[in-house]
Design a binder for this molecule. Structure first.
Ligand code: ZN
Length: 350
């Protein structure tokens, strides 16, 4: 049998399903690909595009996409004229009507090199309602050679009218051992961390919340310590664990954390790594640190927090990470998380 999407490492069941649809010519004209940041949405969409553009599409002896023909190469390099990517502009928080207007003008022009034309809308959940309404017209009756792929972190922000016209494919969360496999095969830094500090490596796997994208960010943050906001915010919360201040101060810190799912997931993962540092340094003062940079200061601070409390805070953080992954409402989630941490710190029963 012909092999479909041979380079897709994860999301195998999705790949098999779509392979079958391509073989039987039963592809829908639009799909929503939904999943957390770093779960392989872009890779997957690019591979679908390559499969439709591939010069060996009808050559049963080759896998699809073949990944060696010129059109496959152009699709993955981002230079294919028949693969159009719509992205949010750098200085804007949403994808507005103007981007959609561009699609509607371009839509009916025939493809350049192949029989198909693919539009990938990245961060489709950031389309304004007006943009989505404008897009509906294109979605309703696209030319036969067009495929739309809408990448989305959460279906919450997409209009029902859009969702009803594009089946949703969900990317999968990975188990920690699968993430470990991937990291160890693809990144030297991971091998190094696993050898020098197996516990830190395990902490990265747990804090990643099932996505390779998160795991990579964390892996990098164990090496370089740039002053970016996720770190600063995680630092602020961790400081609250050492000296919680007034109840309202405590809650304000939690609730003023970023409201974006992707960034919040990064902050929570860093808090988890910080708590891991606190736990290991209580046992071994020379243990390798993942989050904190000032060892002396950390040793001094950890006196204020018992191992039992740090463990329970760590559990609370892990639970918040997985609740976020299940698309819980962000405000409720942070409120529950703050409440639980506060109870742990004040010694009340959670
Ligand atoms: Zn090809």
């Amino acid at each position: 049998m012909r092999e479909y999407f041979p380079t897709i490492y994860r999301n195998r069941s999705l790949a098999d399903k779509l392979g079958k649809d391509i073989a039987q010519n039963t592809l829908s004209h639009a799909y929503i690909i939904e999943g957390p940041p770093g779960s392989g949405k872009k890779t997957f969409a690019t591979q679908i595009a390559a499969a439709l553009l591939c010069q060996n599409r009808y050559n049963e002896k080759r896998p699809l996409p073949c990944m060696v023909c010129e059109r496959c190469r152009k699709a993955t390099e981002g230079t294919s004229p028949d693969l159009i990517r719509i992205r949010r502009e750098d200085n804007r928080a949403t994808i507005g009507v103007d981007a959609i207007r561009y699609i509607r003008q371009d839509l009916y022009l025939s493809s350049n090199e192949s029989d198909n034309k693919i539009y990938i809308i990245e961060e489709a959940h950031l389309m304004t309602p007006q943009a989505q309404n404008a897009f509906l017209k294109a979605l309703e009756e696209p030319p036969f050679f067009v495929l739309f792929l809408l990448l989305s972190e959460s279906g919450e922000n997409l209009l029902d009218t859009v969702k009803s016209r594009a089946p949703t494919l969900y990317t999968e969360r990975l188990r920690p051992d699968e993430i470990a496999d991937y990291l160890l095969t693809h990144h030297k830094q991971a091998k190094k961390l696993k050898t020098t500090s197996p516990a830190a490596f395990d902490a990265v796997l747990t804090a990643a919340g099932g996505t390779i994208g998160n795991a990579l960010n964390l892996l990098l943050s164990t090496r370089s310590k740039p002053a970016f906001t996720a770190r600063t915010q995680a630092d602020e919360i961790l400081n609250k664990f050492f000296s919680r201040g007034s109840r309202s101060d405590f809650f304000v810190s939690f609730l003023s954390i970023v409201q974006k799912r992707k960034e919040l997931s990064e902050v929570l993962s860093l808090i988890y790594l910080g708590l891991r540092d606190i736990l290991v340094i209580k046992k071994f003062e020379d243990a390798e640190l993942c989050f904190f940079t000032d060892r002396e200061l950390l040793i001094e601070k950890t006196i204020q927090i018992t191992t039992a409390v740090a463990l329970r805070l760590s559990d609370a953080t892990a639970d918040a990470i997985s609740a976020l992954a299940k698309s819980a409402n962000i405000n409720t989630l942070m409120l529950n998380y703050a409440n639980r941490c506060y109870k742990i710190l004040t010694g009340r029963k959670a």
